[in-house]
Write a protein that binds this ligand. Structure first.
Ligand SMILES: Nc1ncnc2c1ncn2[C@@H]1O[C@H](COP(=O)(O)OP(=O)(O)OP(=O)(O)O)[C@@H](O)[C@H]1O
Ligand SMILES: [Mg+2]
Length: 279
């Protein structure tokens, strides 16, 4: 069902279309209502080509809903999205060819082996058989799945399934990658391998948009981050820039705020000591 915009929702201001090309991801007034509740409430995003962009926020803040709208899996209630210069609503198929998506809950064809699944993903994206096999082999090796490549996915561990989904999202060399919690449940060796791949991709101008709850990961990897809370962006910028902003209102702190301090401050998270008085 397509919901209509809530009364009083302002029409999004479209960015200059000629400017949309410099951005891997551009969104204006992006909104999603489930019933009358806004899960995402009129957010604007500008992610430059080649940027490693972290999208942070507490549980239920609207991260997954935003990603699903940005990659065409969920129709927005309002707002517009451009991916690598193309408007998603006008050119959905062309946009889908340019993107790779690792969803929050990976859905794989579990009756295929890892190798078969990657070959299927590559062929679906129009790669020839030889190139598909070369890339599948490289990815399985890199993600430490080579030994399990002929095992059915249904018999994979959770982390192995996630790594397979990551490889499938990457096999066609997308210009823009959306990764919803890519490191959850992944062992440190594979985390490093995935991080290295993502870094190489940004060097080649691939835009990465990812969510994480691990602030150290965001701090280490991201060129910019946005923090979403209750469907609205409450902070955005480089980590150093956010740190400066957070400290501007709190002169008593030294210059050592971590991204976690900033995050907790911006989402006003606090533990009420009264709540667990029975403990
Ligand atoms: N299909 C749906 N129907 C109704 N409400 C939904 C639906 N999907 C998400 N929501 C609601 O939208 C809000 C945002 O959810 P979302 O999944 O985007 O959060 P998130 O930031 O990804 O959280 P998490 O960190 O737990 O993954 C939540 O209140 C959630 O209950
Ligand atoms: Mg989520």
């Amino acid at each position: 069902m397509v919901e209509t915009p809530a009364p009083g929702t302002p029409a999004p201001e479209p960015p200059a279309v000629e400017a949309s090309g410099e951005y891997g991801i551009l969104a204006s007034g992006l909104t999603k209502h489930f019933g009358s509740t806004p899960a995402v409430d009129g957010i604007d995003l500008r992610v430059r080509e080649g940027e490693f962009f972290g999208f942070l926020g507490p549980n239920g803040a609207g991260k997954t809903t935003t990603i699903r709208m940005l990659c065409g899996l969920l129709r927005p209630t309002a707002g517009r999205v451009w991916i690598a210069g193309r408007e998603l609503a006008n050119e959905p198929l062309a946009v889908k060819r340019e993107i790779g998506v690792l969803p929050e809950e990976v859905g794989l064809y579990e009756r295929l082996t890892g190798r078969e699944f990657l070959e299927f993903a590559g062929r679906m994206h129009g790669l020839d058989l030889e190139e598909t096999r070369r890339r599948s082999g490289d990815l399985l090796e890199l993600l430490d799945l080579a030994e399990a490549r002929d095992k059915l996915i249904i018999d994979y561990s959770m982390g192995m399934k996630k790594k397979t989904a990551f490889a499938a999202a990457l096999i066609h060399g997308p210009k823009v990658m959306f990764l919803d919690e890519p490191f959850g449940g992944i062992d440190p060796i594979s985390v490093r391998a995935i991080r290295d791949v993502l870094r190489q991709l940004t060097e080649r101008r691939t835009t990465i948009f990812f969510t994480t709850h691990v602030m150290e990961v965001a701090e280490r990897l991201c060129t910019r981050v946005a923090i979403i809370n209750r469907g609205r962006i409450v902070g955005e910028g480089g980590v150093a820039e956010l740190r400066a902003k957070a400290q501007a209102g709190d002169r008593s702190r030294g210059g050592d705020s971590t991204l976690e301090d900033i995050f907790l401050k911006l989402v006003e998270a606090r533990v009420d000591e009264e709540t667990l008085s029975w403990l």
